[in-house]
Ligand binder design. Structure first.
Ligand code: AMP
Length: 398
């Protein structure tokens, strides 16, 4: 497991704790939408505030690219954060300089401030040393609680960890521990489910997983490319015909690593990509030449659910079909619900994440029952690819 400093045993009383959160929440017309990121950050903030820290929260918001874009101000986020915390949050209209310093200096022990958008300064994304030094003036210790930003070596995610005593926040810690349990030191057998549209975006991920898991289930549009590589006629299905050779290399790599690649044996086949489009269940070897496989079929679902019962650990990224349109959400919903039930029964450790996966599991009403659902998109995928995340590496126990 990655070796990183946690907050255990750290005395933060009276100290200025500069905490990097990810409060890049959805916002429309100045109103915060989904508050998941805020909700997940709040318990860690309360722990530190209750331990007497002077808490200075920093985050990026949107992509203002170094300009003070008013629509990307964090002011509405400060209000939403205060509401979820049930405590006041002071707001500084810059993250460095006099505006930031005066708010930070006004903090009593246990009080919380949020500083304006880090990305109003282009130096943030450049990991500029002078900008790091300006930020570092505002804290005695640095806490990184933004796993979802850890794949970027920015001033607030990497530079600061080198400038101040640095610790993983509780949310970061939970995420790293959950991911470590799933892939670094997992209980075997381990199944990975990788679905979604295309293999071209997931080649590194597949390459890493075949070396680590016992069964690699490939689903969704991605499966079609692998089926085609085996000579199956996938009709008009989404398929990357230019990547058949790449798919064959992944088969070879899997065989060498003793990893079984599991593909659909049947599918729901329609002539158009539309909700409730007329469709047939088709054996994978009998797909009509004008048909599109939009979901895995009943035999595949049965097979996957049975296999899950023999596994100890599941890592899941990407839906098994076009889950946004009924009935092509059937396989994703069924397998997600089965994994959720096995997890609840204490028979499976289940970790999922990355982009559409969270939406798919929510759609299946299964996200709460999984052992861990990561809301980090890019960082989760880079972790699945086996890459070192600079924001995590910088927290390694020194
Ligand atoms: P990704 O962003 O790569 O995880 O892909 C997610 C998208 O893949 C979702 O929007 C799904 O609708 C789509 N998808 C999954 N399976 C299929 C399929 N068999 N045919 C077309 N699109 C699919």
């Amino acid at each position: 497991m990655a070796d990183f400093n946690t907050l255990d045993g750290v005395n933060v009383a009276g100290k200025r704790v500069l905490l990097r959160a990810d409060l890049n929440v959805p916002m429309k017309d100045g109103v915060v939408g989904d508050t998941t990121r805020i909700d997940r950050t709040v318990p860690g903030l309360i722990e530190l505030a209750d331990a007497g820290a002077k808490l200075v929260v920093i985050t990026h918001f949107g992509r203002p690219k170094g300009a003070r874009v008013p629509e990307m101000s964090l002011k509405p986020v400060a209000e939403a954060l205060a509401k979820q915390l049930g405590r006041p949050v002071k707001f500084a209209d810059d993250c460095i300089g006099e505006a930031a310093a005066s708010v930070v200096n006004s903090l009593e022990n246990g009080e919380i401030a949020l500083l304006e958008n880090l990305r109003y300064h282009a130096e943030e994304e450049k990991n500029d040393p002078a900008f790091v030094a300006e930020l570092a003036k505002l804290g005695d210790v640095y806490v990184n609680d933004a796993f979802s930003c850890a794949h970027r070596a920015h001033a607030s995610t990497e530079g600061l960890a080198r400038a101040l005593p640095a610790y993983a926040g509780r949310l970061m810690q939970a995420e790293l521990e959950a991911l470590g349990n799933a892939l670094e030191a997992p209980k075997h057998p381990v199944m990975a489910i990788v679905g979604g549209a295309k293999i071209s975006t997931k080649l590194d991920l597949l390459g890493n997983l075949v070396a680590k898991v016992d069964q690699l289930v490939i689903g969704g549009g991605m499966a079609n490319t692998f089926l085609a590589a085996k000579g199956v006629n996938v009709g008009k299905s989404l398929c990357e015909h230019d990547l058949l050779e790449t798919a064959r290399e992944i088969f070879k790599k899997a065989e060498a690593a003793n990893c079984e690649i599991v593909l659909p044996v049947d599918g729901l086949v329609a002539k158009e990509f539309a909700a409730n489009a007329p469709h047939d269940v088709s054996d994978i070897n009998d797909v009509a030449s004008d048909g599109m496989i939009l979901d895995a079929g009943p035999e595949t679902i049965k097979d996957l659910n049975k296999r899950l019962e023999t596994c100890e650990t599941l890592v899941w990224n990407g839906p098994l079909g076009a889950f946004e349109i009924t009935p092509f959400d059937t396989a994703t919903v069924s397998v997600a619900q089965h994994a959720a039930a096995l997890t609840k029964a204490g028979k499976l450790l289940s970790v999922a994440g990355g982009g559409d996966t969270v939406a798919a599991l929510r759609h299946a009403d299964s996200d709460q029952a999984f052992s861990y659902v990561s809301t980090a998109g890019g960082a989760f995928l880079e972790w699945l690819e086996g890459k070192t995340l600079p924001g995590v590496a910088a927290l390694s126990a020194k």
